[in-house]
Design a protein around this ligand. Structure first.
Ligand code: NAD
Ligand code: DAU
Length: 365
């Protein structure tokens, strides 16, 4: 059995679903069900005896230790986090609480549990910490992609909290010998992505006839990876990764935000045409830039390919088309998520901000 934290969120729920169907793994799924956690993501496995869901907070060290002692997992895959950069700018406290203190509390529980194991159980145990490429900061246009030896330079409260958690994980390997693995991944996209993030937000807004907000000039670059590929990479790191090591995961898919939004509009024009003469591109609106906005992320995923034989299966073209189709087929899921309190909060905060800069002309930012 594997203990997964944050398994009701975007990547965590994809990991749970694909691990049950593709890897026949049993999973203890621990999630606090914040605004980002959604049990609807797991509906298809709600009667699967190999999946146990526990509503709990990773900051609750005693509860986490009790769960470990009761279920005796062979690994922890740690996804639980506050994950949205914009939210970390508006309210960083929760990011420090969950991402830093929560990871610390979980590491302490894992250390206690692992210390009490013996023989093969102790030898096989792994703590896999799921992290981000944002810990490396921002690249210039001609810089080489981030490698595992790139110096940390986090720029947002989110990335700083993830960097702090990465350092704690590293220290538990070096100090206590806890067999940890860390993966630093680029931007994911795919099913069950919460519509506060660029790709699902643009799809949802396009279909609802709303503005498609582009921060700044839209030339910021992200390196996109289909979520199913990320989940496969995590399973590979868990199985064959060397304790104490970090692995960068990415899709070799650098794209400027504006190009991503154009691609989404074009696929929607084809699959779900709006009124005659209207292209979804007409809804693009330039808004005030994100403070401290990182200009470019790019991942060198050479190490995981050389050492563990992992490469993504999807190209951006195949993955993004699948994703748009998934959102078209799952409008009820989107409506349900959007009916929650968080989306009302988001709308309120963002409509205030955007009304100051709202224009359809680039350059008037
Ligand atoms: P998400 O926001 O969609 O989901 C986070 C999940 O964690 C939710 O289910 C939430 O309820 C749960 N959670 C939050 N606080 C908790 C707590 N205190 N205790 C227990 N559960 C809690 O996030 P995501 O996009 O799926 O990201 C998952 C992980 O992957 C994060 O650690 C993130 O930093 C990392 N990551 C994300 C991306 C990306 O593009 N989304 C890329 C690289 C790395
Ligand atoms: O790089 C990995 C990271 O990718 C993860 O660690 C984070 O958890 C995840 O949220 C993601 O962070 P980003 O900030 O890159 O993702 P987001 O979807 O918020 O934004 C993608 C880009 O699009 C970024 O340059 C900001 C821009 N953007 C975003 C939104 C929500 C817009 O231009 N308009 C928008 O409305």
């Amino acid at each position: 059995m594997i203990l997964v934290t944050g398994g009701a969120g975007f990547i965590g729920s994809n990991f749970v679903l694909t691990s049950l169907t593709q890897a026949d793994e049993s999973i203890l799924n621990v999630d606090k069900l914040t605004y980002a956690g959604n049990l609807n993501n797991l509906q298809s496995v709600s009667h699967d005896a190999r999946h146990i869901f526990v509503h709990a907070d990773i900051c609750d060290n005693e509860r986490m230790l009790a769960l470990l002692m009761e279920h005796k997992p062979s690994a922890i895959v740690h996804f639980a986090a506050e994950s949205h950069v914009d939210r970390s700018i508006l309210g960083p406290a929760e990011f420090v609480r969950t991402n830093v203190n929560g990871t610390f509390s979980l590491l302490e529980a894992a250390r206690s549990y692992w210390s009490g194991l013996a023989g093969a159980d102790k030898a096989v145990f792994r703590f896999l910490h799921v992290s981000t490429d944002e810990v490396y900061g921002s690249l210039g246009p001609n810089d080489a992609p981030f490698s595992e030896t790139t110096a940390y330079a986090p720029n947002s409260p989110y990335s700083a909290s993830k960097a702090a958690s990465d350092h704690l994980v590293r220290s538990y390997f070096h100090t206590y010998g806890l067999p940890t693995l860390t993966s630093n991944c680029s931007n994911n996209y795919g099913p069950y992505h919460f519509p506060e993030k660029l790709i699902p937000l643009v799809i949802a807004n396009a279909l609802a006839g709303k503005d498609l907000p582009i921060y700044g000039d839209g030339q910021q670059i992200r390196d996109w990876l289909y979520v199913g590929d990320h989940c496969a990479a995590i399973r590979r790191v868990l199985k064959d990764g060397k304790p104490g090591e970090t692995y960068n995961i990415g899709g070799w898919n650098e794209k400027a935000n504006l190009d991503v939004v154009h691609t989404l509009c074009d696929i929607l024009d084809e699959l779900k045409p709006a009124d005659a003469g209207h292209s979804y591109r007409q809804q693009i609106t330039y808004v005030t830039d994100r403070p401290g906005h990182d200009r470019r992320y790019a991942i060198d995923a050479g190490k995981i390919e050389r050492e563990l034989g992992w490469r993504p299966a999807e190209t951006f073209d195949t993955g993004i088309r699948k994703t748009v189709q998934w959102y078209l087929d799952n409008q009820a899921w989107v409506r349900d998520v959007q009916s929650g309190e968080y989306m009302k909060w988001l709308e309120k905060n963002y409509s205030q901000r955007d009304s100051a800069a709202n224009t359809n002309q680039q350059g008037a930012i």
